[in-house]
Design a protein around this ligand. Structure first.
Ligand code: SF4
Ligand code: SF4
Length: 448
């Protein structure tokens, strides 16, 4: 297959990064590469999707990875997976001999093993230059579920219409489910046996980088996990703290111990991101230290500095996150260093073990299996957002009253714009169309 053919296929079938910000996959696979890394590190605590898909869909994922490797004319593919995912590794070892251009890389169970820059270093020994992306060193990184969607797209001609999501925390039966895109968060929680608590909060995504969500929200192409926590859990309280309070605390309490910097995974790879310096500049009004502020753009938002390193309970990661937004709004850019990054000599000893991180987050009791129920949930109503990921929103192609089947095109991306098409995730009638979403309700005569 030629690159342009693959790109067109992935664009029309709506394949985007299935975790994180959801960068359209066709745009990521747009040029030749030396190495393609399949990221099955599942970076965040408690999440279970990637390891389960790696176990249950090993051959499909390998077949799609092989296709990407051949299409990008890469020398090899690397299936990067954590040592802890023993069942997935066993499945992988049983069939990897069929794929001569793919090797397995076993990763340590540390956080954030799945961060692209960290992963590229661990899997290839190459350092992505600061402010750059993996293709700068000839590497493309793709997520496990994304590659399964590539398989569905290319080999089965199936667009992206459903999503695997881990439901865990204070639910009666932690489970990894498969649901149509647009299913409500409330229904997903019911599929995991409902909550154990009357008063709870929801984290959408992982505990390190996810956000507080609501029952009324819906599953999108980038949903990965729903974590139910008590309202008073420290993760919730931290996220609810106002930025002004976070900044006041930084001004009065930060001791400049620099633990946040010493444990920062990007700093340890030689990038010039030093959270303690940003905190100092902020706390002391050091406006002359412009570089400290602009270096915020080098932060990957992993949250180590805030949730693990800082013994004072300060919030460097949140503050840096806000700073990044403000700098972007003002069009202020960081000037990346021209000096080639060198790995910090202390890096090995400063890796953050997952178990210790989970304990520090107060999540040990939730760190249990969330087995996969691989039967697609029969949703009766879905609300499919026109904008679900990075890029332009899709343009509606349907009207209220139209009847659609699963997989029908309902939203199209404009020619020349970054983005992908969206498709009906259930069969039924279009009952609402607005600027943000398309609602489909199942009808007996269509669903049969
Ligand atoms: S770890 Fe906390 S106290 Fe130490 S420098 Fe960083 S923000 Fe300040
Ligand atoms: S969140 Fe903190 S630890 Fe992570 S990359 Fe940003 S500054 Fe470094």
């Amino acid at each position: 297959m030629e690159i342009e053919e693959l790109k067109a296929k992935l664009r029309t079938t709506g394949v985007v990064g299935a975790g994180g910000a959801g960068f359209p996959t066709y745009a990521k696979l747009s040029s030749a590469a030396e190495v393609v890394i399949l990221n099955s590190a599942e970076c965040e605590p408690l999440l279970r999707v990637d390891r389960q898909l790696s176990k249950h869909y090993t051959e499909e994922i390998l077949k799609a990875l092989e296709l990407i490797v051949l299409t990008l004319k890469a020398e090899k593919g690397i299936f990067a997976i954590k040592s802890e995912y023993k069942e997935a590794i066993a499945s992988l070892k049983a069939v990897i001999y069929k794929f001569r251009n793919i090797e397995i890389k076993i990763l340590e169970n540390v956080y954030p093993a799945g961060d692209e820059v960290v992963l590229v270093y661990e899997a290839t020994g190459k350092i992505v230059p600061e402010g750059s992306i993996p293709i700068a060193v000839g590497v493309v990184v793709v997520n496990t579920e994304t590659v399964l969607n590539v398989y569905n797209s290319v080999f089965l001609d199936k667009p992206v219409t459903d999503k695997y999501v881990t439901i865990t925390g204070e639910v009666n039966k932690p489970t990894t489910i498969k649901v149509p895109i647009g299913t409500s968060i409330m229904e997903c929680i019911e599929l995991a046996g409902g909550t154990k608590l009357e008063n709870f909060k929801i984290i959408l995504g992982g505990p390190m980088t996810g956000r507080i969500g609501s029952l009324e929200e819906v599953i999108t192409k980038t949903s990965k996990a729903i974590i139910i926590l008590p309202e008073e859990h420290s993760i919730i309280l931290k996220r609810q703290t106002r930025s002004s309070i976070k900044i006041n605390r930084a001004m009065s309490v930060c001791s400049q111990c620099r633990m946040c910097t010493d444990l920062c995974p990007r700093y340890l790879l030689g990038h010039n991101i030093q959270p303690h310096r940003i905190m100092n500049a902020l706390a002391n009004g050091l406006t002359s230290d412009i570089a400290a502020f602009t270096s915020a753009s080098l932060c990957c938002g992993c949250g180590i500095c805030e949730n693990y390193a800082c013994y004072q309970g300060l919030a460097p990661s949140s503050i840096i996150g806000e700073l990044k937004v403000r700098l972007k709004e003002k069009g202020v850019k960081n000037t990346p260093s021209k000096i080639v990054s060198k790995v910090n000599l202390m890096r090995e000893g400063r890796k953050v073990p997952m178990e210790r991180l989970i304990a520090r987050l107060g999540l040990t009791k939730y760190n249990i299996n969330a087995d996969l129920v691989d039967e697609l949930y029969n949703a009766h109503k879905v609300v499919i957002k026109l904008s679900q990921h990075i890029g332009a929103p899709a343009i509606t192609k349907v009207n209220v009253g139209d009847l659609v089947n699963v997989g029908d095109l309902i939203g199209e991306i404009e020619e020349g714009k970054l983005g992908t098409n969206i498709h009906a995730s259930i069969s039924g009638e279009i009952t609402k169309v607005d600027k943000k979403a398309i609602t489909i309700e199942a009808r007996g005569d269509i669903n049969g």
